[in-house]
Write a protein that binds this ligand. Structure first.
Ligand code: 6CS
Ligand code: FE
Length: 300
């Protein structure tokens, strides 16, 4: 019997046909292999069932102030604004995201190694972990653009070559997340279904998709079906709260037309046993600042 090589067999075909399809998840959500860490068994059970869980008060008020100062410093640095890792909003010249921020900011590099962060990621992924992607999302007031419904894994599988659903995202709120200022919405339990999307990945898709993704998003029939089956919950909470969500969670956020910005630090951990292969549905891999191919484990 040959051992299935996950990096070549495509268990989650997407952007390959003309018909969308729903495929049952073939991977655990909470992986075995790491038995200790900051997450309680209740938190891990919730994460397994819903595909996400919230940690209130991950950052203290003084830490929040420190990171807010860091975000201001980064957005005001002209070198950062002109860096290819910085994405500008589609409808204004405001910064939307700064990618690979754990390599730009020493403060965020330290946050990645913080036991409150890396040890929880290890518990969920059942192994050593590395940073697949990090970004700061600014959702400025009045003009902050949302993100349409999507599964991150669909993109990371199709365009980055991520073999299995063995990655987890951490979104740390640096501003209060209200229901009305673009808070992330998720469908609890929808992570157990992979929504295969139609359409072909355009060349250098990331240049447009990070501003507004149109390819690799589920069809309205599939979103409707999943929303009725699972419902929709919203990540709200005071600055310092953290949302941990599975790579295949179905999520999205609305535009922010309120005066209240919604900024977060976003760190994606991937298992060192799930390193990127060739893209499953794209002509060329995305740049390393969006999808790292260095599987060196985060030092603890
Ligand atoms: O394409 C990506 O990798 C990014 N896009 C979205 C909408 N969410 C995940 C990730 O940051
Ligand atoms: Fe996303």
């Amino acid at each position: 019997m040959t051992v299935t090589d996950l990096s070549t067999q495509d268990r989650y075909p997407t952007r390959v046909g003309t018909d969308p399809a729903l495929i049952e998840r073939a991977d655990p959500t909470v992986w075995p292999g790491v038995d200790s860490g900051p997450a309680t068994s209740e938190e891990l059970e919730a994460h397994d069932a819903k595909g996400f869980h919230i940690v209130e008060g991950l950052l203290s008020p003084s830490e929040i102030r420190t990171y807010r100062r860091e975000l201001r410093r980064l957005t005001q640095d002209p070198r950062v604004r002109s860096d290819e890792r910085t994405v500008i909003e589609k409808t204004s010249d405001e910064v939307r995201s700064i990618f690979e921020v754990h390599k730009i900011s020493g403060l965020i590099a330290d946050l990645v190694k913080d036991p409150r962060v890396v040890d929880r990621a290890r518990q969920i992924l059942g192994s050593d972990v590395y940073v697949h992607q990090s970004r700061i999302n600014y959702m400025p007031g009045f003009r902050g653009g949302g993100f349409y419904w999507h599964s991150d894994f669909e993109t990371w599988h199709a365009e980055d070559g991520m073999p299995a659903m063995r990655a987890v995202s951490l979104s740390i709120a640096l501003t209060d997340n209200f229901p009305f200022n673009g808070g992330l919405m998720l469908m609890p339990g929808a992570h157990r279904t992979f929504v295969s999307c139609v359409g072909e990945t355009p060349g250098e898709h990331y240049r447009s998709s990070l501003k507004e993704q149109k390819v690799g998003v589920p069809g309205e029939d599939d979103i409707t079906r999943l929303a009725h089956q699972h419902g929709i919950e919203q990540f709200t909470g005071p600055a310092g709260s953290a949302l941990w969500f599975d790579c295949n969670s179905m999520h999205g956020s609305g535009n922010n037309i309120t005066p209240f910005p919604r900024s977060n630090i976003f760190i994606v951990f991937n298992s060192v046993r799930n390193g990127l292969a060739s893209p499953y549905a794209a002509g060329a891999p995305r740049p390393e600042f969006i999808a790292s191919r260095d599987i060196t484990a985060v030092a603890r």
